[in-house]
Structures are given as structure tokens and as C-alpha cells.
Design a protein around this ligand. Structure first.
Ligand code: PLP
Length: 287
């Protein structure tokens, strides 16, 4: 049985979910998106995702296509109708359909679509072994704080990683790590977590935000500063965060083993406390 998808107010079998070739998301990548994890049939950290969506919409001068309550009901319905226990809800809002013209159309109804994906988030085997990553040049635009559907650079980065037998690519600008193609980047040195501060150069990850809160509660220090690729090679530990991976250990960067090639203690602890919260449903979850 196929999935039920959402297209502009309708819940449809996935093969019937269609959008016009004139949709500005298709023609210009004129849209934004969010991906919210689902664990035990509950949305994880829903509110921060919607706060970020609000900001992304505002930055591209696009109105909400529905009320915040309606969007939440849609997310919950998608989980319910697809009987989703573990995985994610993907949702995308574009400026809508109009004849091709770079300028905003005068009258245009935004397109809102969503679908679910199942995935193993809690017992992710990669979390036990750690993953390999490579570094690639960061060739994206400079408004990476907007969660835009313009993802060609991350697609190329992730494909390069895949071809190199790696899980993810960290993007590098002026020798400094910005973030992963679909994750935030961290190293650990002498027990302290180091990650780049927020700016228009990276996406403000919702998992990153939760990690900061949890690390503070547990007395694990996080230093926000730039770090270079060479520093990452010499780190005690490295890891990434994203809604679908939570905290994922990295054991190799560009073929160099990190921390003896095993997930390190700080990373394991952070993943553990993250999972504790996600599975207990005590995070800003919705059900
Ligand atoms: N950075 C980029 C470029 C991303 O695409 C993502 C997620 O897709 C993240 C960071 C992590 O964000 P979150 O933790 O909200 O999933």
C-alpha cells in the first residue's frame, strides 16, 4: 500500500499527489521546507521547526498558506493516516503557480505539500559504528539560514560523499567547516564540544538547538567558534546532528580516523540524552 500525501488541502494516494509544471518551486526553487522527526508516532521538537518555518517564510516574503493550527493538524493527520511510528514528515511551501516570471506574481496561492518517510531513527546502526565523511567546497549561496528548497549544492555534495563511500560531506569555505549537506557539524576536544556559531552561513538546526539545551542541563560545555578542517582531523571526536539522525558519531574525515575510529564518549553521551528525551516524548513533541 502506498503512502497518503498532502497537496493543498487534500489527502491523496501518493500516485495522485501532483503539482503543476508552473509551480515556482519547480521553476525557481522559490520555496522553503521543513522535516520533522517522528518517534513512537509523535512529532519530535515540532514547535522549533515551525518557528524556523515562520522565519524562512518571512525571509522570502511569503505568507503562511494556512493557520499554524491547521498546519499542526495536517502534520498529525499525516502521521495518523500513514500509521507512521518512526520516520519523518517532510513539508514544503512554494510561492505557487504562475506563468514564468522572476518577479513575484500579483495573485498567487502558495503550494503546500507534505509526505511521510519511514526510517530507523532510534536503533540506527550507524550510531554504533560511526560514519565516514568527506569534505567538499561550500558552493552554496550566502543565505543558508533560510531552509530553501534550492538544494543542488547539497545534492552534489551528498553524491560526492556517496561515491567516496562516505555518509555525509562537510562543506568548507576558506578552510573553515560550515556544516554538513543536511546536518550541523561538531568536533570535540578535551571534553568540550566545538561548533560554528549561527549566522547566515549555516542553517540553525532544530536538533542543534535541542542539543545546546540538553548539553547545558548535563553540564557538557559547547564552544561556538569557527574550526578549520585541520583542527577537525586532529579532534578527539566528531559528530553531526539533524532531525533524522539526531546525534550521529563520525569516525573518519577524508580518510583520517578520528579518535581511534570509534564513537567517542561525549558523542555517545549526547546521543543517549537526546534519545532519552525523544523516546520519552518530553521534548516539545506533539501527539
Ligand atoms: N544544516 C543543513 C544544511 C540542513 O539541511 C539541515 C537539515 O536538513 C541541518 C543543518 C540540520 O537541521 P535540523 O537539525 O533542523 O534537521
Amino acid at each position: 500500500m502506498g503512502r497518503i500525501v498532502y497537496v493543498n488541502g487534500e489527502y491523496l494516494p501518493e500516485d495522485q499527489g501532483k503539482v503543476s509544471i508552473f509551480d515556482r518551486g519547480f521553476l525557481f526553487a522559490d520555496g522553503v521546507y521543513e522535516v520533522t522527526a517522528v518517534v513512537g508516532g509523535r512529532l519530535v521538537d515540532y514547535d522549533p521547526h515551525m518557528e524556523r518555518l515562520d522565519r524562512s517564510l518571512c525571509e522570502i516574503h511569503l505568507e503562511w498558506p494556512c493557520t499554524k493550527d491547521e498546519l499542526k493538524i495536517m502534520h498529525l493527520e499525516m502521521v495518523r493516516r500513514n500509521k507512521l511510528q518512526e520516520g519523518m514528515v517532510y513539508m514544503q511551501i512554494t510561492r505557487g503557480c504562475a506563468d514564468r516570471d522572476f518577479r513575484f506574481p500579483k495573485e498567487c496561492t502558495p503550494t503546500l505539500v507534505a509526505f511521510t518517510q519511514t526510517g530507523v531513527l532510534i536503533d540506527n546502526p550507524n550510531a554504533l559504528t560511526g560514519v565516514k565523511i568527506i569534505t567538499v567546497p561550500d558552493i552554496r549561496w550566502t543565505r543558508r539560514d533560510i531552509k530553501s528548497v534550492m538544494l543542488l549544492a547539497p545534492v552534489l555534495g551528498k553524491q560526492a560523499a556517496h561515491e567516496a563511500g562516505a555518509f555525509e560531506a562537510w562543506m568548507v569555505e576558506d578552510d573553515v567547516v560550515t556544516e554538513g549537506t543536511s546536518s550541523n557539524a561538531y568536533i570535540v576536544k578535551d571534553g568540550k564540544v566545538i561548533t560554528r556559531g549561527l549566522s547566515n552561513r549555516i542553517l540553525a538546526g532544530c536538533t542543534r538547538r535541542a542539543l545546546f539545551r540538553l548539553a547545558k542541563e548535563k553540564g557538557i560545555g559547547i564552544e561556538e567558534r569557527l574550526f578549520k578542517v585541520d583542527e577537525a582531523y586532529g579532534a578527539d571526536e566528531a559528530f553531526l546532528t539533524s532531525a533524522s539522525n539526531f546525534v550521529l558519531p563520525i569516525t573518519e574525515i577524508d580518510g583520517r580516523r578520528i579518535g581511534g575510529g570509534q564513537p567517542g564518549p561525549v558523542t555517545r553521551k549526547l546521543r543517549e540524552i537526546f534519545l532519552e528525551e525523544a523516546t520519552s516524548g518530553s521534548s516539545a513533541s506533539a501527539d
